[in-house]
Every structure is written in structure tokens, then in C-alpha cells.
Design a protein. Structure first.
Length: 283
């Protein structure tokens, strides 16, 4: 897929409004209007006034999107960032507080602030909500079924904001708990972002899948949206999950996004919930 994205300037090239500016003068800089590169429609025009800490957050997101700081690496201190953007340390802190609440960065007492990564114990499976009925997290093992490059159909292309026929990587796998299949995963990834991803690389990888994506392909899943419904197992699905045809399953359709709200994964997971359940926390 041809990438027509223009390279965005680094955060240093944009200067936020003065802290004592009136609302009209504090309009967000052009760079803050697009916090990250990526195809697809932009967020649209910003209102006349954008809080200064939100402008700083947009500039920090731009730096993350451009790879200035990699997952797991520290970002500059609040003092350094305040000097860089010519704002107060409190403004920088408010921007980083919001980013930490969104799991984009992680604060570590006495060590600083780090770019969040799926390699860490607390975040590696934060999009996987499967839990055992006993309350313990399942010890899942992967079994790869298939990995191939293909042309996207209309539905996949629309979900990933591609043109119909653009290349995608299709992956099918089973997740097993104590050798019992509990999830049948079917996912699609933009082919241009995942050049070289094949069955051999997936078989050799031992960590979380999203860690592979960020470490090898510089693609970071930072948020996801899901739709959940009950379905009956079709014949091929039932065979893979070792269930009778028509057995009840939970269908979880997930779309994961990177910086700039760019969709980079479409996933269709079929969950067998006998002994497991889908757990979520509402605040």
C-alpha cells in the first residue's frame, strides 16, 4: 500500500501559546491540530480556544508518533519539557497526568516518566479481558493456525480505512488454557505497516503479540473499541474449539488504534466461556 502521509514536524518546531494569553491568542498551533500522522480523515478544525496543557499534550503525542521516544524509554523531565515548550512545569505536569491516565505513559517513583509498553506486566494484556471463574488470570498458550498476506475485502478495508483490495496480513490462532481451547482469534493488519510479518516470525515470538508489533514494526496499539454479542458456533469454529456445533460463544469484535486515532488492527475473537468469563471494570 502506498503511504501518502506527509512527515509532520517535530514538537520542537511548534511553540504553544503564552500561558497568559487571552482565549483568542491561545488558539492551538497548527501542529496540535493533528497529534499524530496517519491516513484517513483528520479530527477537523479546533475551536478558537484550546487549554494550554492540551496543546502541550498534542505536541507530546506528536513526538511519540514520530518515534522520538520509543516504548519503554523515558521522556524528558517536566523541567526539561517546560523549558522546551516555554511553559510552566505545572502545565506540563497536567498534560502528562492526562497521558498517564490514558496509559500512554507510566510514572515510576523516583525514576521519571516512561513511554508505556506492552512488555510490562501491568499492561501487556490490558486489552484481553478473559478471566477464569476462579478469579485468576488464565495462563494462555498460543497455537498459530495460519498467517498469510491477502487483498482486503470491503468490510476489512473499511474498518482499517484502506482501499478495497489493499494488502493486509490475516492471522488465525487459538488461545489455550491448560491445553483447552478457549479463544479462536481472527485478525487483520494493514499490510504496509507489517511488511515481513509471517508465520515463522509469529511462531518464534514468545512475548505478547502487541509487544512484537511495537518492537519490530513500530506500531503501537494505544486504545481499542469493542462490540460484543452472543453467537452459535459454526462447524469449523466448533471443531477448532472442540465444541459441538451450535455451542454458545461470545463474539468480541475489536478495532485497535495507534497514534492519530489510526486503526491498525481488526480482530474477531470467539470466546468459549465455560469456566471463563469476560471481565471489565467501569469507573
Amino acid at each position: 500500500m502506498q503511504d501518502n502521509r506527509a512527515m509532520a514536524p517535530t514538537a520542537d518546531t511548534a511553540t504553544p501559546a503564552r500561558e497568559d494569553a487571552t482565549p483568542r491568542a491561545a488558539a492551538a498551533p497548527a501542529s496540535a491540530a493533528a497529534p499524530g500522522p496517519g491516513p484517513g480523515p483528520g479530527p477537523g478544525p479546533l475551536p478558537a480556544f484550546v487549554p494550554l496543557y492540551q496543546q502541550i499534550k498534542s505536541l507530546l503525542l506528536r513526538s511519540l508518533a514520530l518515534g522520538e521516544w520509543q516504548p519503554g524509554q523515558p521522556i524528558p523531565s517536566e523541567v526539561e519539557l517546560a523549558a522546551r515548550f516555554k511553559v510552566s512545569q505545572g502545565t506540563v505536569r497536567k498534560a502528562i497526568d492526562e497521558m498517564a491516565a490514558e496509559n500512554l505513559v507510566v510514572r515510576r517513583q523516583g525514576r521519571g516518566t516512561f513511554v508505556a509498553t506492552h512488555a510490562e506486566e501491568g499492561t501487556r494484556y490490558r486489552f484481553l479481558r478473559l478471566a477464569t471463574d476462579a478469579g485468576a488470570p488464565p495462563l494462555l498458550r498460543r497455537r498459530l493456525l495460519d498467517c498469510r498476506r491477502m487483498r482486503s475485502n470491503e468490510a476489512v478495508a473499511r474498518a482499517l480505512r484502506l482501499a478495497t483490495g489493499d494488502p493486509v496480513v490475516e492471522v488465525r490462532r487459538l488461545l489455550l488454557d491448560d491445553d483447552k481451547p478457549v479463544v479462536l482469534d481472527h485478525l487483520w493488519l494493514p499490510g504496509a505497516d507489517f511488511k515481513g510479518l509471517d508465520a515463522s516470525k509469529l511462531e518464534q515470538w514468545r512475548g505478547p503479540l502487541y509487544r512484537l508489533f511495537e518492537a519490530e514494526y513500530s506500531v503501537r496499539m494505544i486504545r481499542a473499541e469493542e462490540k460484543i454479542r452472543a453467537v452459535a458456533a459454526a462447524a469449523d469454529e466448533a471443531a477448532l474449539l472442540q465444541l459441538p456445533v451450535g455451542a454458545p460463544l461470545l463474539l468480541v469484535e475489536r478495532r485497535s488504534f495507534s497514534y492519530g486515532d489510526r486503526p491498525v488492527e481488526l480482530r474477531r475473537g470467539l470466546y468459549h466461556t465455560d469456566g471463563h468469563h469476560y471481565r471489565n471494570e467501569l469507573n
